[in-house]
Each structure stands twice: as C-alpha cells, then as structure tokens.
Design a protein around this ligand. Structure first.
Ligand code: 5AD
Ligand code: SF4
Length: 443
C-alpha cells in the first residue's frame, strides 16, 4: 500500500479546519496528501451530522466508493468527524467498506491506527476529550487562496439547543491557548495572509486561563490580541450565540479598524415560545436588544443569521413571528433550514416532529423569498458607496474581473486594472444583485 492520503470534507468550517489538522498530523508521519482519488490507498471522509440530509449525502458517497473499491480492493476508507462520532460501531456494522472510524477528538491516534489498518484490521476511536484543542498542531492549509484563513479557537459546545446534535458529536466546550492562537495569526500574516476568521461553536464564551500567571483571557481580549498582530491583518469571527454577545466585544470591534464589521447571530426562530422550546435561553426582546446594541456601536455592521423552519409544535403564528423578526432585523444574509429531527437530542426524546413536511417546505420558502427581497434592498442601499476591499482572486465569470470582500463580508466584483489578489483596494459600488455588489476601482 502507498503512503498517499486523500481527504474529502463535508459540513461546516470547523470540519474544514479539522481536515487541515488531520492532514498536518499525517504529513508529519511521512504521508503525502494527493488531490486525485485514483492516486491514494487511504480515503478519509470528514463528515457532518447536523441534519439528516447531510448524513444521507455521506451514505451516497460511500455507495459510490464501493465501485472504486471493486477495482482497487486494497483501498481503505475511513469516516472522520461528527457522523463518525454519532454512529460509531453502527457505521462499522452497516458499512462493510469502511475500515476505520475516528471521532473529532481522536485525530492524534490516526497515524497509529493507519499502521494497523494496513495489516487488515478495522477499528473505531471515538473517545471525546475535555481538553483536546490540537493547539500545538500547525494546520496544513491545502485548499487555501493564501489570503484568508480560519483559525480554530475552541472546540465543542454545551449549550444543548433542543434540536442540535453538536454537543453529542463534538463534546464539551474547551478553549485553546490564547498565545498559540496569536502565534498562528502572526505566522499566517508573515506568510502573506491578510485575513483570519476565529472559529468556534460559540466564540463569545471563549475563556482561557494562563496557568503561570493566572491571567484570564475572554473573547474581547482575544480579539484585541489578534487585532494587534498587524493593522493590515483583518480579523473576523464565527459563530456568536445571542445570549453571550457582550457590549465589551462590540466596543473592541468599534476600536480596531482591522476588526471586520460583520456579525453572524443565529436567531433560529422569532417566536418566544419556540425559542423556549429550543432551549435557546433568550427571548425575541433580548435578541432585538442585541441587534440594537450592534447598530449603536457599529452602524455599518452587517448582520447574518441561521433560522430553522418547522421546529416541533411550530404554529402559523410562530412562523409569522419569524417572518416579523426578519422584517425587523433586515439581515444581510441568512442560512435557512428545514427542521430535521436528530437522534438523541432533547427534541427527539421529549418533543414531537409534528409539522408536516409540506408545511415545513412552504414556511421555509416564505422565509427564503422574504430574505431574498431584503438582501437585494440592503445591497441597493450600498450602491454609490466606496468600500475597502481585500482582493481574494479572479471572479468566477471572467479573468478580467477580480472579487473580494468588504469589511461587512459582502462580495464585490470589479474590473481588475493592475490590482493583484492579496491587495486592499477602494471600490465604488455601481450596481448589485441580491448576492453580489459590482463596482469599479476608485481612482
Ligand atoms: N435541523 C435543522 N437545522 C439545524 N441546525 C442545527 N440543528 C438542526 C436541525 N436538527 C441549524 C441551526 C444552526 C446551524 C448550524 O444549523 O440553524 O445554527
Ligand atoms: Fe460542523 Fe455541526 Fe456538521 Fe459537525 S454537525 S460538521 S459541527 S456543522
């Protein structure tokens, strides 16, 4: 068997960041990363379990890999990530094609596991940890544009929202050593990167204590430390839980020009009753108070969200409350989902998935239509304004155009002139769609 690994990643940014850690761990042991699946003997699939359709997609991919294994029977397939953690031995029993299963906190064991898997063993390692943060591992950013990067600052989640499987697949919340985060940001900047996004399930509860000095670092302090790396390094973060979004953080955001004005604040529902059932631990009033605080400290900040249509017991009135919330906040972007019942969650144990699928679909479509309209109107308000854009690359449509993002995280496309990716450039917006701003370089 060869020493080549091939890795496919599904799901959220955290999973993509984990795949970079897995790659780093394996390259250290002499493995080589290949991008052509026909060149590898080890296929790693980093999986997502957030909704049923995410898991169905993986199952389908495993069926496709069956065909590949028929022509190259020695190839070993491994399942990593949240679905590995959730299904463990069940996956081993059901998918005879799969040789190894590794949960999100067990990646350090992968090199030793692969040694045994070469000998024909099948095995699963899914122990969760209270302390693993992989803080000494330098991720191998194999899919990078060399300009923007994610830095994982914490792992796990213990909010136990009633619908969510993440606390069960990613374990307890733990924060990474602040110095290792700052060092990673500094190294990235020295390598030419110009933007970092600090990643966690709930970054506002980041808290790390330095053992030697006893000094505690919270999220606002961490943001300051990263922003101080260099004024030319942009800093973003995701995701915030509304219950923990503090004025302290907003003040820090307002005082560093290189901290981007963009906040992802998942609302999930606009109904007080639903939020309570979801165990979100805030009310619509609290949420709107946080929105008002954002607008007060950062008037030009973009706000994005996640929302779930058709959670257990959701009535037409609850749904209307969600539409009302969207009209009131006027989000710049939203990730919109149909509720999917997940095994072992509070909802599965105590609530009924009683909204018929066609009703969920219709409600979701209503939210999507409303949000599309609002996003377009928000973008229209940007026409005529000039933004500093960090250029990320060529536009997908034409190599004569470049694209980048403004501080608000909106994509702006413009004619390239003599500008190169990685540079900052001022662009005046001349027109827009619901998804993109189009502009020209300000002379
Ligand atoms: N069904 C639908 N959407 C879900 N999310 C989390 N769990 C579920 C579920 N069971 C959504 C939430 C979360 C985003 C990452 O995924 O909106 O913020
Ligand atoms: Fe990410 Fe959540 Fe999917 Fe896990 S279940 S990969 S944490 S989105």
């Amino acid at each position: 068997m060869n020493n080549n690994i091939y890795i496919e990643t599904y799901g959220c940014q955290m999973n993509f960041a984990d795949s970079e850690i897995v790659t780093s761990l394996l390259l250290k042991e002499g493995y080589l990363l290949v991008r052509d699946i026909d060149e590898t003997d080890f296929i790693l699939i980093n999986t997502c379990a957030i909704r049923d359709n995410a898991e169905q997609r993986i199952r389908k991919r495993l069926r496709e890999l069956r065909a590949l294994k028929r022509s190259r029977p020695w190839v070993k397939v491994g399942i990593l990530g949240c679905m590995a953690e959730r299904l463990k031995d069940q996956l081993m029993a059901e998918e005879d094609n799969v040789s190894f299963i590794v949960g999100p906190d067990a990646y350090r064991q992968l090199p030793a596991m692969l040694d045994r898997i070469r000998q024909g063993e099948r095995m699963a390692e899914t122990m969760l940890s209270d302390s693993e943060t992989y803080d000494d591992i330098e991720p191998v950013r194999y899919d990078s544009n060399g300009i923007t990067a994610y830095i994982s600052i914490m792992r796990g989640c213990q909010n136990y929202c009633a619908y969510c499987v993440v606390p069960y697949t990613r374990g307890k919340e733990r924060s990474r050593d602040a110095h290792s985060i700052v060092n990673e940001a500094r190294t990235l900047f020295e390598q030419g990167y110009r933007e970092v996004t600090l990643l966690g399930q709930n970054v506002n509860s980041y808290r790390w204590k330095e053992a030697s000095s006893g000094v505690e670092v919270g999220f606002p302090q961490l943001m300051e430390m990263v922003a101080e790396v260099d004024p030319m390094l942009r800093v973003r973060f995701a995701t915030s839980h509304p219950k923990d979004l503090s004025d302290d953080l907003l003040r820090v955001m307002a005082s560093y020009p290189n901290i981007c004005h963009s906040i992802h604040l998942p609302v999930q529902s606009g109904s007080a009753r639903m939020l309570k059932l979801m165990n979100r631990r805030y009310t619509p009033e609290w949420y709107l108070d946080r929105i008002d605080a954002i607008r007060r400290y950062l008037p030009d900040c973009s706000i994005t969200t996640d929302v779930i249509a058709g959670f257990c017991g959701e009535t037409e009135e609850d749904h209307q409350a969600t539409l009302g919330m969207f009209r009131r906040v006027r989000y710049d972007y939203a990730y919109m989902f149909k509720f999917s019942m997940r095994p072992n969650t509070y909802a599965e144990k105590h609530l009924q998935d009683d909204v018929p699928d066609d009703v969920k679909t219709r409600r979701l479509e209503e939210i999507i239509a409303l949000q599309g309209q609002i996003a377009l109107e928000n973008n229209q308000l940007e026409v005529g304004k000039t933004f500093t854009v960090l250029v990320e690359g060529e536009s997908h449509r034409s190599d004569k155009q470049l694209f980048g993002r403004n501080s608000q995280n909106k994509v702006i496309v413009f004619d390239r002139g003599d500008i190169q990716p990685g540079q900052y450039v001022d662009v005046r917006v001349t027109r827009c769609t619901a998804a993109t701003l189009i502009g020209e370089i300000e002379k």
